[in-house]
Design a protein. Structure first.
Length: 189
């Protein structure tokens, strides 16, 4: 009888902890949504609120740390990397975010995007052509049908060119076509 009572108490504790953890997850997810909206609203006002961006990164990092098995964690890592790549201009932290996706979520839909973004960061921000080539090749080899693969092929083929040279090369190579000129123009931006 004593064993049954102990077992019942353990089940009750586990159930309470699971409910508490789910509530914490939902609360943090709501905080992220609110913080993200506040940060995005600062763009509309014309004055970027860097503090709101920093708070958003902290919430993303907390979520990934507290709920690593959650389906939102790889998405939040991509968004975190994008914040670090763009507004917050911290290339090393952006690289770390994308590498975490590769390491912890190898089956995630965000893996090919991470390969592409890593290739771009290594080439454009860090000047590391060896790693840029590595990540572009991984995307091409592992995801030959992904939407970013053809762009990775072009960038890999023209890896030693500066952004300006790359733009001019693509423009020259694709005179009279629409799709690759659009890509070339987006690269130049």
């Amino acid at each position: 009888m004593k064993k049954i009572l102990i077992f019942a108490m353990m089940v009750l504790l586990i159930s309470c902890n699971s409910k508490k953890k789910a509530a914490e997850r939902n609360d943090l997810n709501d905080e992220i949504a609110t913080q993200k909206k506040e940060f995005e609203n600062s763009f509309e006002s014309g004055r970027i609120d860097f503090q709101a961006g920093k708070l958003l990164t902290e919430k993303y990092e907390l979520f990934v740390s507290e709920f690593p098995e959650d389906e939102l964690s790889p998405q939040y890592l991509i968004e975190l990397g994008n914040l670090y790549t763009g507004i917050l201009a911290d290339t090393e932290k952006a690289v770390q975010s994308y590498l975490l996706i590769l390491k912890n979520y190898p089956e995630s839909e965000y893996v090919p995007i991470s390969y592409f973004l890593l290739g771009d960061l290594y080439k454009e921000r860090l000047g590391d052509l060896v790693n840029a080539e590595k990540y572009y090749k991984l995307l091409i080899e592992k995801y030959p049908d992904h939407d970013l693969t053809w762009q990775a092929e072009i960038l890999l083929d023209k890896l030693n060119l500066s952004v300006e040279e790359l733009f001019q090369s693509i423009k020259n190579d694709t005179a009279g076509t629409d799709i690759q000129v659009e890509v070339a123009e987006s690269i130049q931006e």
